[in-house]
Design a binder for this molecule. Structure first.
Ligand SMILES: [Mg+2]
Length: 262
């Protein structure tokens, strides 16, 4: 049976989310350096560390792992989503965002909660202003559209993933189905969300192919339902022999050339 459906991950597969977060950190920390004697890169590292620490301390942490939401998404999301766990996050997150910056400053000897609050707001704005896509994202989607059924399968809070799609409005129109883990209730690599995708798309596992940057979610999860997969490894990361990877490429363009041969 041949492949008729391509399932794409969103963050760091089609959208260059890491670069967007990096830009928001750069801009926010450079601003802080105009007010205090602080090295921007040092502040960024300090805030990242404090954010991780706080994020892991909340009662919502296990849920964020289940759905697949990282601490830096927490720094700009609102989590205004319907489940009780998201409602809990919605309560926690404004303080989290302030505290991550305030504690990051404090760890460098700057005790200034008002600035922490200001930087936390600035970070949200800078992230929204920096929606990066890869240089070949649209060219590859243009080639595939009409030839394959296209599915977007993304881990995260619906409010935040939909916001990402709103600030990069070209993406959504390419897809026949958009599936967000927070709507479904479990994220990749759980086999159940891949079964849900197959049901939605009306395909068997061998008719689909999962394309993503993350071995632990995209590749592991698709292997659990015996769906072929393509690991987009742009950063030359090491393979994990325990995660069955069907194909490995270094870019979307390379994936496009590969899929034409399948
Ligand atoms: Mg990803």
């Amino acid at each position: 049976m041949s492949i008729n459906t391509i399932i794409f991950d969103l963050d760091d597969t089609l959208l260059w989310d890491k670069q967007s977060i990096q830009t928001a950190f750069d801009k926010t920390c450079e601003y802080a350096a105009t007010l205090h004697n602080v090295e921007p890169k040092q502040l960024e590292e300090s805030v990242r560390a404090e954010a991780r620490k706080l994020y892991e301390s909340y009662e919502t942490y296990d849920y964020t792992v289940l759905i697949g939401i990282n601490p830096f998404e927490g720094l700009w999301g609102t989590f205004d989503d319907p489940t009780p766990q998201f409602q809990k996050m919605k309560e926690i997150i404004p303080q989290y965002q302030k505290d991550a910056w305030t504690n990051g400053l404090k760890a460098l000897g700057i005790d200034d909660p008002a600035l922490g609050a200001e930087l936390s707001e600035r970070f949200v704005e800078e992230r929204k202003k920096a929606p990066y896509v890869y240089e070949d994202t649209y060219a590859v989607l243009d080639e595939l559209k009409g030839r394959y059924q296209l599915v977007l399968l993304t881990n995260g809070a619906p409010s935040l993933q939909n916001l990402k799609l709103e600030i990069t409005p070209e993406i959504r129109a390419y897809f026949d189905h958009v599936i967000i883990s927070g709507d479904f209730g479990k994220g990749k690599p759980d086999a159940s969300i891949f079964e849900y995708v197959m049901q939605k798309a009306g395909i068997s596992a061998e008719e689909g192919i999962m394309v993503g940057d993350n071995l632990n979610t995209d590749i592991l999860g698709s292997s659990r339902v015996s769906m072929p997969n393509v690991w987009i490894n742009r950063e030359n990361k090491a393979q994990n022999p325990e995660i069955p990877t069907t194909y490995e490429v270094t870019s979307l363009t390379e994936f496009l050339n590969l899929v034409k041969t399948l």
